[in-house]
Structure formats: C-alpha cells, structure tokens
Design a protein around this ligand. Structure first.
Ligand SMILES: [Zn+2]
Length: 163
C-alpha cells in the first residue's frame, strides 16, 4: 500500500510543481482572491507568474543563462523549452554535461524560488552568483557512484568562468 504520508506525495519536487505551474505565484494568489501586488519582487519590471519567474525576469535569466550557456550554447529562455532542450540531449557527447545541465536546471529554479520567497518575506537578498555555491555544495553531496562527484566538480570547475 502506498504511504500517503510520504513527503514526496505531500510536497512534489519543486521542478514538477513549476513545470505544472502550481507554485503560489502572485498571479495565482490574486486569482484565488488574495490582495497581493502583481509586480515581480526580483526585478519590479514584470508581473509575477511562472513564465516571468522562470526565466524571463532579469535576475532569473542571469542565473540560468550564465550557468547553462557554459554547458551548451544558446540555452532556451523559457522553462518548458529549457526542459525540452535538456531532454533532447539523449545522444550526449559527454554524459557529465547532461548530469551537470540537469543539476544547473534544478538548482536554478530552486534558487530563484527561494530568492523570490526571501524577498517577499524578509529584507535579505542574494547575488545571482549564489548558484555557484549551491552547485558546488550539491556536487560534493552526490553519492560516490558513477559519475563521481569529484569528476563532475572538476568538470564544472573546468568549464565555469565566474561572472
Ligand atoms: Zn521579474
């Protein structure tokens, strides 16, 4: 029998929520009758919805583009095209690049949503290069199965040029 209390059932992975446009973004909160402003807290230059946050907003696009473009040229600028672009890479010239682009995608959306919440509820804000730290931490936490974390980290450090 399925465990109804399993965390993954209650809180689906963030990337699934985002791809299904299920996060409580300001446009959705307003549709639910909440009296919230519509402006994006990351740039104040757009309406906060899934499309804008991932990755139209300047803060978001600078995170995603900066890191993804170091793996492959011209990463798509919207979420669903980016997800499709990653899934198309099934004949990889380099398996490490596939693993890394997936990590960059997941880490980017995690960081963008975390930053959106931080700016909504606190006065703290993070620079876009915070993804650098997050990627390093996540690469170091990967279990030592092929491809080994040190290998991915080395690959990341080889291709990464700080902004
Ligand atoms: Zn914005």
């Amino acid at each position: 029998m399925e465990n109804l209390d399993s965390p993954s059932r209650i809180i689906p992975p963030l990337s699934v929520l985002i791809l299904r446009r299920r996060l409580p973004t300001r446009d959705r909160l307003r549709r639910w009758g909440e009296d919230v402003p519509t402006a994006c807290v990351l740039c104040s230059d757009g309406i906060e919805n899934h499309h804008h946050l991932f990755f139209e907003s300047e803060y978001s696009s600078s995170i995603w583009q900066t890191f993804a473009s170091q793996i492959w040229d011209n990463p798509p600028t919207d979420l669903h095209s980016a997800a499709a672009w990653i899934l198309q890479q099934h004949q990889p010239p380099n398996a490490n690049a596939i693993a890394l682009i997936k990590l960059i995608f997941q880490s980017s959306i995690y960081l963008i949503w975390k930053e959106r919440n931080a700016r909504n509820f606190t006065v703290v804000s993070s620079p876009t290069h915070a993804l650098d730290r997050l990627l390093r931490d996540r690469l170091l936490s990967i279990k030592p199965r092929p491809p080994p974390a040190e290998y991915l980290l080395r690959f990341f450090l080889l291709i990464y040029r700080p902004p």
